[in-house]
Ligand binder design. Structure first.
Ligand code: GLN
Length: 244
């Protein structure tokens, strides 16, 4: 009986391997797929976007398969640290605070924290934010800076930018502070909103990699530099952010 079970198990493992093993090793990327155009779920349920395509191109250069895992943005750093994922690519800003926990690759894009308001809002500049209720995505730089500048009582955290924007539409917050490209997407998807013509913070995006995995950091940077030199990086960005 034991032998039969062992034989069945062995066969099952073989079948699983034929289905899943292509002979290549897998690189696991963590992201929060609610941040268009960097990462979002398309109509077929696939995670696509600038980060997904850059990661795919980097993995190909390194000879790896890519697997993308969707998780909450504020779980990504811990997932990198614990080795649950090999790297996080999530429109993530390089900050001194995060550098205490992870390493960052070279940067591949610039992000700007902007303010979304309802059309006709009395919030016309950053000074007018004082005393208002600001919606943010939990754990993001928008969340961290606003909490510092305007106080915890004036910041409402949501699991995603889309939920923060829905709260703005419903009048639960007076504005949303979020990265400029997702902001443009959210404003396009919701009538009656606009982005203030003022920049709250300018930041660099990079991949977060575990401190002890310098081998991956070096390989990632090398692949990224090649993609840049080949014009592939620009091509991917232009595909998702058409020139205005
Ligand atoms: N750039 C912001 C940050 O790093 C937001 C990223 C995101 O929400 N995916 O905090």
């Amino acid at each position: 009986m034991k032998r039969i079970i062992a034989a069945i198990l062995a066969t099952l493992m073989l079948v699983a391997c034929f289905a899943g093993c292509s002979g290549k090793k897998t690189l696991v990327m963590g992201t929060n797929a609610e941040f268009p155009p960097y990462e979002f779920v398309d109509d077929s349920g696939k995670i696509v976007g600038i980060d997904a395509e850059i990661a795919q191109a980097v993995a190909e250069k390194m000879g790896y398969e890519l697997e993308i895992r969707d998780m909450k943005f504020d779980s990504l750093i811990t997932a990198v640290q614990s080795g649950n994922i090999d790297f996080a690519l999530a429109g993530m800003t390089v900050t001194d605070e995060r550098l205490l926990s992870v390493n960052f690759s070279n940067t591949y894009a610039t992000g700007v924290q902007v303010v979304i308001v309802k059309e006709g809002s009395d919030i016309v500049n950053l000074d007018a934010l004082e005393g208002k209720m600001i919606g943010v995505q939990s754990g993001t730089t928008g969340d961290i800076y606003c909490t510092d500048d305007y106080g915890q009582d004036h910041v409402k955290q949501y699991d995603s930018g889309a939920l923060a924007v829905a709260a703005l539409v419903n009048g639960q917050v007076d504005c949303v502070i979020i990265d400029n490209e997702p902001a443009k997407n959210f404003v396009k998807a919701n009538a009656g909103l606009k982005i203030l013509d003022t920049e709250y913070a300018v930041e660099d995006y990079a991949a977060a990699i575990a401190k002890d995995n310098t081998e991956l950091l070096d390989a990632f940077n090398k692949a990224l530099a090649e993609l840049k030199a080949e014009g592939k990086l620009d091509e991917i960005i232009k595909k998702y952010i058409p020139a205005e």
